[in-house]
Design a protein around this ligand. Sequence first.
Ligand code: ADP
Ligand code: MG
Length: 632
Amino acid sequence: MEELGSPDGDPARSLERGPERPETPIQVVLRVRPMSAAELRRGEQSALHCSGTRTLQVSPPGGGPDVAFRFGAVLDGACTQEDVFRACGVRHLGELALRGFSCTVFTFGQTGSGKTYTLTGPPPQVGQVCLCLQGEGVPIPPSLGGIMQRTFTWLLDRVQHLGAPVTLRASYLEIYNEQVRDLLSLGSSRPLPVRWNKTRGFYVEQLRVVEFGSLGALMELLQMGLSRRRSSAHTLNQASSRSHALLTLYISRQTSQQVSPVDPGEHPVGGKLCFVDLAGSEKVAATGSRGELMLEANSINRSLLALGHCISLLLDPQRKQSHIPFRDSKLTKLLADSLGGHGVTLMVACVSPSAQCLPETLSTLRYASRAQRVTTRPQAPKSPMAKQPPRLETEVLQLQEENRLLRSQLGQRDVKVSGFSGSRVAWAQRNLYGMLQEFMLENERLRKEKIQLQSSRDLARDEQRVLTQQVHELERRLFSACCLHQPDRGPAPPCPCVMVPAPSCHALPPLCSCPCCHLCPLCRAPLAHWACPQRKLHLPQPSAWAPPCSPGSVKCQRERSHSDWTQTQVLAEMLTEAEVVPSAPPLPVGPPNTSPVLRGGATVPNLARRLEALRDQIGSSLRRGRHQPPPQ
Ligand code: ADP
Ligand code: MG
């Protein structure tokens, strides 16, 4: 079946073509539904014969000559829902909507002629498996899905492959007894006012517009609206729609220049695709409507009459001067742009084949014939994309498509880089790789260096520990020797503390009474546990001798004096016998007033020198020990 609006069925070409003529007629497709089971039971005959794909022959009752009607496409009862979708060229409308045009698809015809079926499929039936939904949450098979479900599927797929961000929104309303109700509003559905302004034309105030991003979400919105729409049963239709329903998709494409989203509550700028399921005209006598049903039928008929009147006036060549009474009904207000404005419109006229319905069928056919002579002046609103010349726009789309393809190829690592750009990439890769290797080598070198430094630090610490122990031992011996050889006190019994092993911390007990020495010079541990009861007795008098305090210590008042040296030399003499190896270089000969001890022999000066060196070593070790943490 030939697709309306796109003769070769190529979407790219249809996109290029667009509604190129300033005046574009409303496209009309005629759908003849199959005879229903009830009609066949009643033995009703078909009065309609399709000849070719565009002409319908009507045989008038009483055997007069056939009347022919020609439309964009004529679809008989054997056509499937997919055939109808294709023949209507809705994809072409969708492409236009993506470019910013305002497009409308509306079904028109007698009640029970198949309008709702054509747009949204059959009414809900229990126990069927499916993906598409209609009314009350009961599934219908995908094959029976109508133009709306098929367009939704196509559109979401198309948007996914566009490569440019697209914002999709939807609104769904019904006009019931001349009142507009929001089918997507969550609260109570109070009637909404229809207003007009210069930029937007007629619009429904406070209508809920819902953004959606997936087919499932859109199907849910459709389902929600369908389940809330008013329908009743009458003689000609068990699920007769009692209101006109308008589902509008707002399509906003964002280019790099236009990224700002539409403010919430404001109507989106961009293309529109509106599906209008009109309630069917009905003869109250034929449908047997009473009470509320009759009121509804009158309201439906009145608005359809207003629509017909507008269409008739729109056919007038002088219409620019004439007034079109769009304000006569809510329906004509909301369809004003689609019928006489800047929209692109498709009408699907639905008829029953039964001879019993022939008067209404003829009325529909005449109505539809008139409608297809109505022209609009399609204009894409403010979208920057649509403002560009068609050639440029196509180019942009082609580039976007190419971009998308390249991205996907890159994702699959199938890019075959060639020529200059290829060598540049290779060069950059080589350079980066070289730098990476260099960094790795340097890191390795630094790691080794660090390990070496750590091991030499550990060695130094060990050495320091050993040295500290030696110093302590020497201090200890110095102290005991000093106590034992105090000349004016006479020999004192050996202090038991001399025999006590060194405490577990680093230092021996203090040798002077200044407070700085009451702590271990290395770890600063208090040395109280070492104190012996007679310690005071054995301690040398501060004036006579004291071990070296750390230079610069504020607590220690004493400085090294000559008497200290005398003491040291006495001690040195004592130690010589047991300890000092006489291989040290001789001391230089001292001045005449030098102590007789110093002048006494060759070994003494040597020992004194050694001792002095030892003292210096002890002093510096102690200083270092105070400033360094104890080894682990
Ligand atoms: P309308 O909306 O025009 O009042 P409906 O779409 O509700 O009519 O259709 C009336 C009945 O006819 C429904 O039960 C529907 O399933 C059935 N019907 C309409 N068109 C077809 C078709 N092409 N094939 C099969 N059944 C159809
Ligand atoms: Mg209906």
